[in-house]
Design a protein around this ligand. Structure first.
Ligand SMILES: *[C@@H]1O[C@H](CO)[C@@H](O)[C@H](O)[C@H]1NC(C)=O
Ligand SMILES: *[C@@H]1O[C@H](CO)[C@@H](O)[C@H](O)[C@H]1NC(C)=O
Ligand SMILES: *[C@@H]1O[C@H](CO)[C@@H](O)[C@H](O)[C@H]1NC(C)=O
Ligand SMILES: *[C@@H]1O[C@H](CO)[C@@H](O)[C@H](O)[C@H]1NC(C)=O
Ligand SMILES: CC(=O)N[C@H]1CO[C@H](CO)[C@@H](O)[C@@H]1O
Length: 577
C-alpha cells in the first residue's frame, strides 16, 4: 500500500510518530494494526541517520547536530517545537549511543523503535556491526541502562497528549486519514446538488455563494450576467449583443479532464532535501508544512491535472490539462483529480463518488483511469503473489467502475484505461546506486534500502522492489495479464455515454525519450522512495499520452478553438486556474 509509505515518511519528518506507542493514540484499531513497528523503526533510523550525518558534515557534537536539525525546521504546524520535545526525550540516549559509534540500526533497536520478533529476521539498513549483533545490542542497552524487557519510557507513549503537540498530532491524523483509499466519502458535504460540487481538488470555484456555478457545466443562459462555468468568459459583446460564451465557445466542444488515479497520478513526492545532511539548511524545510497538509502530493505540478508551470523544471512539457486549455480556452479550469495514495481497481469504488459530473448540465469529460501499481504491489513480504489482484477480480471491478461512469458522465465523454507498467526498471536502474541517505558515506544502496523496507513489511511494492529476480518477473507477468484484461475490455465493451480506449503505460518509451535528451534512467524516479515516477517522468508521460491520443483518437482531444486569441485579448488569464 503506497498510503503506508506516505505515513511512514511523515514519521521521520515530524518526529512524533516514531514514538512507538503513539500509533495507538493516533489511529483507529484498524489503522494501528497497519501501522506496524516497521514504520516506527524506519522513522527512527532515518532521523538518527540524519542526526549522525549532520554531525559528520559539520564536525559537531551529536547534541549540536540535533539542535541544528530542529533549528532548520519551520515554526509552522509546531514542527520546531515538536523537534525540541523529541530531543529532550530521546536526545541523551541518542548522544550516548552515537558517541559509542553505534549506528542508527543499533540505536533504534536499543530505544525499541525497532524490534526483532522471535523467528523473524533482523531488519537493518546499514551493514550489521562487526561484533555479533546480540553482543553489540547488549552493550548498547547497558550504556543507556535499558533492559530488553523494560517498557518504553512513559513520556514517549504520551507524546500526543502533550498540550502543544496535540494539534500537530491531529493534523497528521487528518492528513493520513484523508489519504486512505478505503475511507468512505463524506456525504454530508454534498448538500442539495450532490454531484455538482465535491470537496475534492478540482478547478477552483468562481463563486462560492452560487451552488450552480462551477467548472465544467454548460453555460447557464450563455453566461450573460455571470460566469456560471467558471471559465472566465461571460458578458455580452456590446457591438452586436451576442454573449461572449456563445460567440467563442459554442461549437468548440468544450470538455474537462478527470483523473482516476493513485499516488503516481497525485504526484507523490518527498523532497530529498529533507534527508540529505550535506545540503541541509534553513531553506530545506520551507515546503514541508505545505507538503504535510497536501498529504505529500503535488497535484498542482502533476502530469495530468497540473496547472502550475514550474520555473525550475528541467523540461518544457505541460500537463494534459494545460494542453487541453491551450487548445480550447473554453476548457479553462475544467479539471478534476480523483486520486488517492494506495488506490487500486479494488478500492476505487470507495472514493469514485467524489467525481462530480452532472449528466444533464455538464460538458462531456475525458476520464483517465490510471491505477498503475497497487494491484500488483503489496507491502507484505509473505507471499506477495497471493495479494495481487487477479485478472478476474480486475475485470469485475473495472466493469463496475465503467458502469458507474456510464451513469455519471454526460454523453460524448471519453474514457481511457491505462495499463500497468513493467516495474522491473526500478531494480535494474537503481539497485547499485546510492540512496540519498547513503550518498555521504557511500554505504546505502537502493538494494539495501529496498531490503530494509521489505524486511519491515512497509515496502510500497514488494514485488518489484526486491532482489529476488523470480519475484520481480512474476510481478511483471501479473501486471501484463492485468493490462491485457484492460485492453480486452476496451476492445470489446461499449457504453452509452462514452467511448472507451486503452493505452499502454510504456515506461520503456519514456526512458528512451529521456535518454535521447541526454538523461539517465534513474533521473526519472523519485529519489527518496525509489519507486514513484518523478515530475519529469510524469510530464513525459503526459506528453506521450497527448501524442498517442492525438494520433489514434483525435476526436478525444477536440479541435483548436479559433477564438482563443480573442478570449485572451478580452479576458486575460481568465481568472487563473
Ligand atoms: C573537528 O573538531 C575537532 C574538535 O573540535 C577538531 O580537533 C578536528 O580537527 C576537527 N576536524 C576537522 C576536519 O575540522
Ligand atoms: C455569485 O453568485 C451570486 C448568487 O447567484 C450572485 O448574486 C453574484 O453576483 C455572483 N458573483 C459573481 C462575482 O459572479
Ligand atoms: C450520444 O452522443 C453520440 C455522439 O457523440 C450520439 O451519436 C448519440 O445519439 C448520443 N446519444 C444520446 C442518448 O443522446
Ligand atoms: C523468490 O520469489 C519466489 C516467488 O515469490 C519464491 O518462490 C522464492 O522462494 C524466492 N526466492 C528467494 C531466494 O527468496
Ligand atoms: C492527482 C491529484 O491531483 N491528486 C490530488 C487530488 O485531490 C486530493 C484531495 O485534495 C489530493 O489528496 C490528491 O493529492
Amino acid at each position: 500500500m503506497k498510503s503506508l509509505w506516505k505515513i511512514l515518511m511523515v514519521a521521520p519528518l515530524v518526529f512524533s510518530l516514531p514514538v512507538h506507542t503513539s500509533a495507538s493514540l493516533l489511529y483507529s484499531d484498524q489503522l494501528s494494526t497497519r501501522l506496524s513497528t516497521g514504520h516506527n523503526c524506519l522513522g527512527c533510523v532515518v532521523v538518527v541517520s540524519v542526526v549522525e550525518q549532520l554531525a559528520q558534515v559539520h564536525n559537531s557534537t551529536v547534541q549540536a547536530s540535533m539542535e541544528r536539525l530542529c533549528s532548520y525546521l519551520p515554526e509552522k504546524l509546531f514542527l520546531k517545537t515538536t523537534c525540541y520535545v523529541v530531543i529532550h526525550m530521546f536526545g541523551p540516549d541518542i548522544i550516548k549511543l552515537l558517541n559509542l559509534k553505534m549506528n542508527a540500526d543499533v540505536v533504534c533497536h536499543t530505544l525499541e523503535f525497532c524490534k526483532q520478533d522471535t523467528g523473524q529476521p533482523l531488519c537493518h539498513l546499514y551493514p550489521p556491526p562487526k561484533e555479533a549483533w546480540k553482543f553489540t545490542l547488549e552493550k548498547a542497552r547497558q550504556a543507556v541502562k535499558r533492559l530488553p524487557a523494560l517498557k518504553h519510557s512513559e513520556s514517549g507513549s504520551n507524546v500526543c497528549s502533550l498540550p502543544f503537540l496535540s494539534k500537530i498530532c491531529q493534523k497528521i491524523r487528518v492528513s493520513i486519514e484523508n489519504s486512505m483509499p478505503f475511507k468512505d466519502v463524506d456525504s454530508d458535504k454534498y448538500s442539495i446538488f450532490p454531484t455538482l460540487r465535491g470537496y475534492h481538488w478540482r478547478g477552483r470555484d468562481c463563486n462560492d455563494s452560487d451552488k450552480m456555478a462551477y467548472p465544467g457545466r454548460r453555460p447557464d443562459n450563455w453566461d450573460i450576467h455571470r460566469d456560471s462555468n467558471c471559465n472566465g468568459i461571460w458578458g455580452v459583446d456590446p457591438k452586436d449583443g451576442i454573449p461572449y460564451e456563445k460567440k467563442f465557445c459554442e461549437g468548440s466542444k468544450p470538455k474537462g479532464i478527470i483523473l482516476l488515479g493513485d499516488s503516481a497520478g497525485a504526484h507523490f513526492h518527498i523532497s530529498p532535501k529533507w534527508i540529505t545532511a550535506s545540503q541541509m539548511s534553513l531553506k530545506s524545510f520551507e515546503s514541508l508544512p505545505t507538503a504535510l497538509t497536501d498529504e505529500f502530493n503535488w497535484p498542482q505540478l502533476s502530469g495530468v491535472t497540473g496547472f502550475l508551470e514550474d520555473p525550475t523544471s528541467r523540461i518544457k512539457e505541460n500537463s494534459v490539462y494545460l494542453r487541453l486549455r491551450k487548445r480550447n480556452h473554453c476548457n479553462h479550469r475544467d479539471y478534476q483529480n480523483i486520486s488517492r495514495n494506495g488506490a487500486s481497481s479494488q478500492n476505487l469504488e470507495k472514493f469514485i463518488k467524489s467525481l462530480s459530473r452532472n449528466q444533464l448540465l455538464d460538458q462531456p469529460a475525458i476520464v483517465i483511469y490510471a491505477m498503475v501499481g497497487n494491484d500488483v504491489c503489496s507491502s507484505r513480504n509473505i507471499d506477495p503473489l497471493s495479494e495481487m489482484t487477479t485478472p478476474e477480480k480486475l475485470y469485475s471491478k473495472v466493469m463496475q467502475t465503467l458502469k458507474h461512469l456510464d451513469s455519471q458522465l454526460p454523453n460524448g465523454s471519453h474514457v481511457i484505461l491505462y495499463g500497468l507498467p513493467d516495474g522491473t526498471f526500478l531494480w535494474d536502474n537503481l539497485y547499485s546506486r546510492y540512496h540519498p541517505l547513503g550518498q555521504l558515506n557511500k554505504d546505502i544502496t537502493y538494494a539495501h534500502f529496498y531490503s530494509f523496507l521489505s524486511c519491515l513489511q512497509v515496502s510500497p511494492c514488494q514485488g518489484w522492489m526486491s532482489s529476488n529476480k523470480t519475484l520481480r518477473a512474476l510481478t511483471s507477468e501479473r501486471a501484463e495479464q492485468l493490462s491485457d484484461t484492460l485492453k480486452e475490455i476496451a476492445a470489446s465493451k461499449t457504453f452509452t455515454n462514452f467511448d472507451l480506449f486503452y493505452l499502454d503505460f510504456d515506461f520503456q518509451e519514456i526512458l528512451q525519450e529521456w535518454q535521447k535528451r541526454g538523461g539517465q534512467p534513474w533521473q526519472l524516479i523519485e529519489p527518496v522512495d525509489g519507486f514513484h515516477p518523478n515530475k519529469v517522468a510524469s510530464l513525459l508521460l503526459a506528453d506521450q499520452f497527448w501524442k498517442k491520443v492525438e494520433l489514434q483518437w483525435p476526436q478525444v482531444l477536440g479541435k483548436e478553438n479559433p477564438f482563443n486569441t480573442h478570449i485572451e485579448q478580452l479576458f486575460g488569464d481568465q481568472g487563473g486556474h
